[in-house]
Design a protein around this ligand. Structure first.
Ligand code: SF4
Length: 311
């Protein structure tokens, strides 16, 4: 689409959002033109906080389905829309509520910590939710003598074991995008760009290895952490190991610095299902409304609220 075409659509989206009293939330992995039209761009934790605090009557969630569900659970009185109902998540799909109930039966008395990338039904079976931004703080808030079942991302779980020194019982799920960023990608970049700082998301298939070889230039961070780090750093070149959508926000918020993707293949097809046209249609036609059964929402809310409360 031409730049003028994008600008026209964005104007249409803003006008519809005002008319419909809607706030637009967009995840860091959204396409640039959707990020640019959003009222707030952030990671799962930031977006959950914005959803909880939103004063508008409705929320249009530009992200994947579990995120929109989380917004609905936190703001049950609001209409929550997602521009494409098929925007799923391979990581959230790696465990069902039934599987979690079986796992809990095998580990009676354990505390269940679920990464936010889970369905509402799985959250309803959990004691705590967390994001990569506060997972360490959540684990550290649980008494040392309690067993912790951590799900569904194994790379994040392994990273957490290292940074907290706690032994976790970890579900073997993974995100296909992050798992696809391999140690070889990192090694190549470290050879080719010895002057660059390396920013690695803990979901990555290379994250645990990066920890093992960590040097002063390797930083394991959530996407929000990457933005804050780059803004505050005196360094000018950064290699980024996560979904490539974050580069747009990094370039915007830390202008004049150089950001490069460790893997150009790290693209989430689910995140990219949301387009400006679908966002416009969602606002105009009030589709697709996200619904969470009240009983499930009630049980999931406790775990999510504990996540939002822990910094
Ligand atoms: S990048 Fe991975 S974890 Fe994130 S939405 Fe896509 S599939 Fe899910």
């Amino acid at each position: 689409m031409s730049t003028a075409g994008i600008a026209t659509l964005q104007d249409e989206v803003w006008a519809l959002a005002r008319e419909r009293d809607a706030v637009i939330l967009a995840h860091n992995y959204q396409v640039p033109e959707v990020q640019d039209v959003a009222d707030f761009v952030g990671d799962s934790l930031g977006l959950s906080r914005e959803a909880a605090a939103a004063e508008a009557g409705s929320i249009v969630f530009c992200g994947v389905h579990f995120m929109a569900e989380t917004a609905k659970i936190l703001s049950p009185e609001k209409t929550v829309l997602i521009p494409d109902l098929d925007a799923g998540c391979s990581l959230a799909a790696s465990i069902t509520a039934e599987q979690l109930r079986d796992w809990k039966r095998e580990h009676p008395g354990a505390v269940v910590v679920s990464y936010v990338n889970t369905t509402a039904e799985v959250k309803a079976e959990s004691d705590y939710c967390c994001t990569s931004g506060n997972a360490k703080a959540v684990v550290e808030a649980i008494p040392a003598d309690r067993e912790i079942l951590f799900l569904p991302d194994m790379f994040l779980g392994i990273w957490l074991e290292r940074v907290t020194g706690r032994k976790l019982t970890i579900w073997l799920g993974e995100c296909h995008v992050h798992a696809g960023i391999r140690p070889e990608d990192i090694e190549r970049w470290q050879r080719d760009a010895p002057d660059a700082e390396l920013l690695v998301h803990p979901e990555c298939g290379c994250a645990s290895q990066c920890m093992a070889f960590a040097n002063g230039r390797t930083h394991i961070l959530s996407t929000e952490g990457m933005v804050n780090f780059a803004k505050g750093s005196s360094k000018s070149r950064f290699l980024v190991a996560t979904e490539t959508g974050i580069l747009h926000r990094l370039n915007k918020e830390a202008p004049g610095k150089r950001f490069e993707a460790v893997s150009e293949r790290a693209i989430c097809k689910y995140m990219k299902m949301i387009t400006l046209e679908k966002l416009r249609d969602s606002l105009r036609d009030r589709k697709h409304e996200v619904v969470v059964e009240p009983e499930i929402a009630e049980r999931a809310r406790g775990a999510i609220e504990r996540m939002v409360a822990i910094g």
